[in-house]
Design a protein around this ligand. Sequence first.
Ligand code: HAM
Length: 466
Amino acid sequence: MKLVKLVYQRIANKIRYIDFLIIIKMAKKQRLQSPQGMHDILPEDQKYFEKLYGIAENIASFYGFEKIETPILEFTDLYEKGTGLNTDIVEKQMFSLKTRGGDLLTLRPEFTPGVMRAFIQHGMMNLPQPVKLFSVGSVFRYESPQAGRFRQFRQINFEVFGEKSPAIDAQVIQAFYNLLFELKFKNLVIEVNSIGAGCCRPYFKKILTSYLRSNINSLCVDCKRRVRENPLRFLDCKEEKCQPVKAQAPQIIDHLCEECNSHFKETLEFLDELGLPYRLNPYLVRGLDYYTKTVFEIFSEIVSPDQVLPIALIGGGRYDNLGKIIGGKDIPACGGAAGVERIINEMKKNQFRVSIDSKKEVFLAQVGDLAKKKSLKLFEEFRKAKIPVAESLSKDSLKVQLTRADRLNIRYTLILGQKEALEKTVILRDMKNGIQDTFKIDKIINEIKKRLKRKNNYAIRSKKTK
Ligand code: HAM
């Protein structure tokens, strides 16, 4: 439509021809961009994702988490009830749509309500408890894109259902801590707090609301609104104007009931026992409505120059009432989620080394039409023999192909030229020492197998002697 309008304006001579061309070019360029806050994950970045997912899967398997996949779309009211009507997510960040059949659906802005829905729907409360579930995938939030805040991002999610014990709170925190620790993150800090539950939080909210009302003129615009809607969120307000009021505000841990207090105390004792580097943050309340008792966030304290404050890499807590809130029954539960892009950004900024494991140790190079045909067949034979082989069949120049083999850090290159194709032979070049030998083409797979075996045995031996 815009384009049609522009053409009309151009015809009416309101736009200079040169400006018209620039506008068309910009419009075309814009159409070739991913939506704001949503990014392509390019081949060169895949190694970070593979590394992180690999470690997450090992941790999940060690702690007994089983993988679950839930739909990327859920009924909107699952999030309205579960995540909470007064949360930023539900108020302003959901990508929602109406289907042709009239259903209101939302792209998942987080995993937890969907995983709880699946737990109830599939009667998992009848399985031996606790049930530990692990999920990985994209979530969508309509945020204002900025450093570390995207509209599509990925989470690694661990949830434990059916167990009230604070040992679970500590184990969830430990599992997430291990994820970052195994990635070689240094200076990790875990912030913990308890926000009580239905037994003590309403009373604390009253105390806090009355304190905030008496200081209403000293609050930022958002917090003035929060006093009515969600006073606890005042506690994690970062606005400078609110800080003096915050410093004097009542703290929830002074108002916990006996049960919540002892749950928190025991959680901290477990964290002490595990030797985890935590600190209490009485202002940590988290932005989601379903939490009860323990809440936590994990940060890397190395702040890069483009960041004002450290941002949470992982967040979670206990949510014993979510089952009931979404229409089932109370199911004790505790979990958390790691922000994949945030973790990877930190890895890149701090130049973590992620080894590029090319996995391919053989390269197939060819020169000439007949050799190309023969190498296509040979390539398939390697596939059947389950030996990964790299190739550049579209390239004709041997030099270009050898350079590529070098870049891939290949150990053995097979070269098929016109002469070899006619003689049914192939040259095997050891890229480490440049030594070349010629073999019959039907013997080459066995020769490669032999050499790879020898090489791998040597690598294992030298690892053992280190
Ligand atoms: P959350 O704190 O909203 O919690 O998100 C968890 C993590 O996702 C954050 O610590 C952060 O690393 C990442 N994250 C959040 N928003 C963004 C964004 N806009 N861009 C990039 N990364 C982001 C939850 O989602 C809860 N469901 C966690 C949970 C599971 N609690 C209990 N079980």
